[in-house]
Design a protein around this ligand. Structure first.
Ligand SMILES: Nc1ncnc2c1ncn2[C@@H]1O[C@H](COP(=O)(O)OP(=O)(O)O)[C@@H](O)[C@H]1O
Ligand SMILES: [Mg+2]
Length: 312
C-alpha cells in the first residue's frame, strides 16, 4: 500500500469568514464579475436552500423548475494564464460565500504542482484522500432540515497534470487513474448532496479532460490585464510612492503589448516583479522616483504566456 502522509494532506485548511481574506479579495482587480458569479455559484452548490427562499420570494412555488441549476455537479474550473489571479481568487472567495450565507466555510487547499509526480499511483491516492476528507467534514455540517451549518470547499490548485486529457496519447496510465479518481469524487459529492464544492485551477484549458469539462458547472477564463486594469493594479501597488497619474499611466502603457511582443505583463508580472524591482532599486538609501520607476519598467520583460495563448 502507498504511504501518502495523510496528516499533511491539507496543511493549511482555512476557516471563513476571515478578515485577511476579505482584504485580499478586495485587492483583486478586474475580477468583480467573477467574484460575484463564483460566490453565487458556490452558494447554490453548497446550500441549495438559499435558492428556494429566493424563488419563493420572487416567483412563487416553483422550486422544481430549478433542478437544472441545483443538480449540477459541484465543480467550478478556473482556467487561464499564469499570474492572472486564479489562486488568489480561489483561496479567498470562500470569505464572500461565508458572509453571504451567514455560515462557516472551511477551505481545504491541495496543490498538485509539486505532488503526485513521484511514485506510481500517488496522484490517485492524493485525490481520493482529498475527496474522502472533504466528504467526512461536509457530513458534519449537513443538516437534515434545510440549511447546513457550514460548508467545505476543496481547492485543487495547479491541477494541470490531473486535468490533462485522457485522450492525450502521452498520458500515462496512472495519470488516467488520477483523473478517474477526480471524476468519481465529484460525482459522489453530487449524489450525496453534501454541503461541499470543488474549485479546480489549471493553466491549461486546452488540455482539460473532456469528462472534467463536461461536469464543470462553470469554467471561468482568466486573462492578462488590459490597459485600464494595469493602471488600477499599478495605482494600487505604487500608491505609497506618490508617482503621480502621468507616470503611472506611462508605466501602464509600457507594460502592454508592444512592437516587439504581442503580449503584455500579467498581473503577477506587475505585482511580483515590476513593483518589487522599483522598490529594491531605491532601497535602502534613496526614495522611489518617477525617472527610476520608468527606467526599471523599460528594462523588465513580461513572462511569455503559457502556450502562447494571448488575445491582446
Ligand atoms: N486580478 C488581479 N488583481 C491584482 N493582483 C493580481 C490579480 N491577479 C493576480 N494578481 C497578483 O499576482 C499574484 C499571483 O496571482 P495568482 O492568483 O497566483 O495567479 P495564478 O494562480 O492565476 O497563476 C497575486 O498574489 C497578486 O499579487
Ligand atoms: Mg495559481
Amino acid at each position: 500500500m502507498l504511504n501518502v502522509e495523510e496528516k499533511n494532506l491539507f496543511e493549511d485548511s482555512v476557516q471563513f469568514p476571515d478578515f485577511d481574506a476579505k482584504f485580499r479579495l478586495d485587492q483583486l482587480i478586474g475580477l468583480d464579475d467573477y467574484k460575484s458569479r463564483l460566490t453565487k455559484m458556490l452558494s447554490v452548490l453548497i446550500y441549495p436552500g438559499s435558492m428556494e427562499s429566493w424563488v419563493n420570494k420572487f416567483h412563487g412555488d416553483h422550486f422544481d423548475a430549478l433542478s437544472n441549476i441545483l443538480n449540477r455537479p459541484p465543480l467550478i474550473v478556473l482556467a487561464g494564464d499564469v499570474g492572472s489571479g486564479k489562486t488568489a481568487l480561489a483561496e479567498n472567495i470562500s470569505d464572500s460565500v461565508a458572509r453571504l450565507n451567514n455560515i462557516d466555510v472551511i477551505l481545504l487547499p491541495l496543490s498538485l504542482s509539486s505532488r503526485g509526480q513521484g511514485r506510481v499511483g500517488e496522484m490517485t491516492q492524493l485525490v481520493s484522500n482529498a475527496f474522502r476528507e472533504t466528504k467526512e467534514l461536509a457530513k458534519k455540517y449537513k443538516s437534515e432540515s434545510g440549511k447546513s451549518n457550514g460548508a467545505v470547499v476543496l481547492l485543487i490548485d495547479e491541477a494541470d497534470a490531473l486535468a490533462q486529457s485522457r485522450e492525450s496519447s502521452q498520458m500515462h496510465h496512472e495519470d488516467r487513474a488520477g483523473v478517474n479518481a477526480f471524476i468519481r469524487g465529484i460525482d459522489s459529492l453530487a449524489s450525496e448532496g453534501l454541503p461541499a464544492a470543488v474549485i479546480m485551477c489549471t493553466n491549461r484549458l486546452d488540455a482539460l479532460d473532456p469528462a472534467v469539462k463536461r461536469r464543470a458547472a462553470e469554467i471561468l477564463l482568466f486573462k492578462r490585464p488590459d490597459l485600464s486594469q494595469r493602471k488600477s493594479v499599478l495605482e494600487q501597488s505604487l500608491a505609497p510612492f506618490d508617482l503621480g497619474h502621468e507616470t503611472v499611466n506611462k508605466i501602464a502603457e509600457m507594460t502592454g503589448a508592444s512592437a516587439t511582443r504581442n503580449y503584455g505583463f500579467s498581473f503577477s508580472d506587475i505585482t511580483q516583479r515590476l513593483v518589487p524591482a522599483i522598490v529594491l532599486d531605491a532601497y535602502p538609501n534613496k526614495a522611489v522616483t518617477k525617472e527610476r520607476a520608468l527606467h526599471i519598467a523599460s528594462l523588465i520583460q513580461p513572462t511569455p504566456p503559457f502556450l502562447g495563448a494571448v488575445d491582446e
